[in-house]
Design a protein around this ligand. Structure first.
Ligand SMILES: [Zn+2]
Ligand SMILES: [Zn+2]
Length: 252
């Protein structure tokens, strides 16, 4: 495990992206997204490693309803009995009924292909979330609505750890830090506003759902560079006057 990340975050690496199991010191767990194919085995194994069973998962939080995040949602809900938290706009994505238009119609076609191949089953959101909601998991997670990739796309911010789970706001790979490709974005006109909103949070750590290694400081630096490119000089000069939320915890 990298040291540039708070403890209790466990990566479940899937075919396309990652999902996370967050485990607090009391042994209570939260599943952040559910992956596409192969994740259930890893989730079971991880929990067992910590001496935990499915009942220790207290909530399933979704960043959004694309199939690589909600692919195992029905299984996870059934296996853990935990409620699903997501923005109401994501139910149509989970159900495969979202009316894709323009370039994002390709996203709909790919998802329909995936539903057939994977024998995908839909599941209902139990708790609708909105921007600013405080959730009592992992010592407190605040919902940060970051629309653009989808209309109800949300990140989750941990004030205690000064960490933003940024969902699919951007993907962070070595030499390839990028916004989601246009065919995957249903509300592209909202993306820049969400980039700015995430930047203004000024979290010490950022953890997306598509990345190479689990290093929250590295993803934060890559995100800054991406915003510099996408939002231009104004964003960089604004950033210079920002203060970190917890200046004393900054190691460099
Ligand atoms: Zn997505
Ligand atoms: Zn994704």
């Amino acid at each position: 495990m990298s040291q540039n990340i708070p403890s209790g975050i466990h990566t479940i690496r899937g075919f396309m992206g990652v999902c996370h199991l967050l485990i607090d010191p009391r042994g209570e767990a939260v599943l952040l997204d559910t992956g596409l194919v192969g994740e259930p085995m890893q989730i079971r194994w991880l929990l067992r490693r910590f001496g935990l069973g499915p009942e220790s998962v207290k909530a399933i939080l979704l960043t959004h309803g694309h199939i690589d995040h909600a692919g195992n949602l029905a299984w996870a809900k059934r296996w853990t009995g935990a409620p699903v938290y997501a923005h109401p706009a994501e139910q149509a994505h989970i159900d495969g009924t979202y009316p894709f238009t323009g370039a994002s119609r390709w996203c709909g076609r790919m998802e329909r292909f995936g539903y057939d191949v994977l024998n995908y089953r839909t599941a209902k959101i139990d708790q609708f979330i909105r921007d600013g909601d405080e959730l009592p998991f992992w010592d407190g997670l605040q919902v940060i609505h970051l629309p653009g990739h989808t209309e109800g796309h949300c990140g989750y911010y941990s004030q205690r750890h000064n960490l933003l789970f940024s969902g699919d706001l951007f993907a962070s790979y070595f030499f390839n830090v990028h916004l989601p490709p246009p065919i995957l974005n249903s509300r592209p006109e909202l993306i820049f506003g969400s980039l700015r909103k995430a930047l203004d949070l000024n979290a010490r750590y950022i953890v997306p759902q598509h990345y190479d290694i689990l290093d929250g400081e590295l993803h934060r630096r890559r995100f800054d560079a991406l915003c510099g490119r996408k939002l231009g000089v104004a964003a960089n000069s604004e950033r210079a006057v920002h203060r970190p939320r917890n200046p004393t915890t900054k190691t460099r």
